[in-house]
Design a protein around this ligand. Structure first.
Ligand SMILES: [Zn+2]
Length: 259
């Protein structure tokens, strides 16, 4: 009971830190696809270009206080901003609570941040930037020397993750003569492999394909077939990887028990 107060305090600090990181992820999500620098210039309203003052840059709070509108031009501020900040804050608090301080916490947080950025950019631009996936592969592999899944499983994960999707992309192209999967998906699954190892990478691919098929069939049945490309595969890979990294070991345990 005596430990409860410092523990609650630590969670609040973790969430606050997460919200600030989330605010930076928003900058990445907005600027990476259009090739702008992440550090310069400082944040501005995308509509009227006025620079934001410090009190307009407070995660979540500013969005609520400004009632989702720019103070000067009145342009709507996307709900994505507070959403990404709240999501990142929650992720930091939960990860701190679940893993406690250590290399696994750091690895999972870096991985989670990369997934949030990739999810949001792929959803909006149908693009998975190399500036996230390629350094992600290297960082994930480096982490594996200090924590899960270990460098051997990580290395196999990179090869299996990238390799499987590369073969699928190649086969799809030969059969359909159109690009179904981009090289961005290939590099993204290689990054997933680097962080979580090959077993959870295969699980990620299964979960992503399954959820993608379910959503795809739902769109066809509800006659919204024009939405075929509305949800790119990278968004499903991000959701699948998030599930695999958290409840994946339990799913694998259950599945192998059935065999
Ligand atoms: Zn404005």
């Amino acid at each position: 009971m005596i430990d409860a107060v410092p523990q609650a305090f630590a969670l609040v600090v973790a969430a606050a830190f997460g919200a600030i990181v989330g605010s930076f992820l928003n900058v990445c999500i907005y600027r990476l696809p259009i090739g702008k620098s992440l550090v310069w210039p400082s944040s501005a309203c995308p509509h009227c270009g006025r620079e934001l003052s410090w009190y307009e840059n407070i995660p979540i709070v500013s969005y609520l206080a400004l009632r989702a509108r720019c103070r000067t031009c009145g342009a709507r501020i996307s709900i994505r901003y507070p959403f990404v900040e709240a999501l990142t804050a929650t992720m930091f608090a939960l990860a701190w609570w679940h893993y406690g301080p250590g290399p696994l916490l750091a690895s999972r947080l870096v991985f989670g941040c990369a997934l949030i950025v990739l999810f949001a950019i792929d959803l909006e631009h149908h693009l998975l930037p190399n500036t996230i996936t390629l350094p992600g592969i290297i960082v994930g592999f480096l982490f594996s020397f200090f924590t899960e899944p270990g460098w051997v499983a990580s290395l196999i994960g990179i090869i299996v993750g990238g390799g499987v999707l590369y073969l699928v992309a190649e086969a799809y192209y030969r059969v359909r003569h159109e690009e179904g999967l981009g090289m961005g998906d290939v590099k993204m699954l290689a990054m997933v492999g680097a962080f979580v190892g090959w077993q959870l990478t295969l699980l990620t691919l299964m979960l992503a394909s399954l959820s993608g098929t379910i959503i795809g069939l739902t769109l066809i049945v509800t006659k919204r077939g024009g939405m075929k490309y509305a949800l790119p595969f990278g968004t499903f890979l991000a959701l699948g990887a998030a599930a695999a990294a958290t409840v994946g070991p339990a799913i694998l345990h259950w599945y192998l028990g059935l065999l």
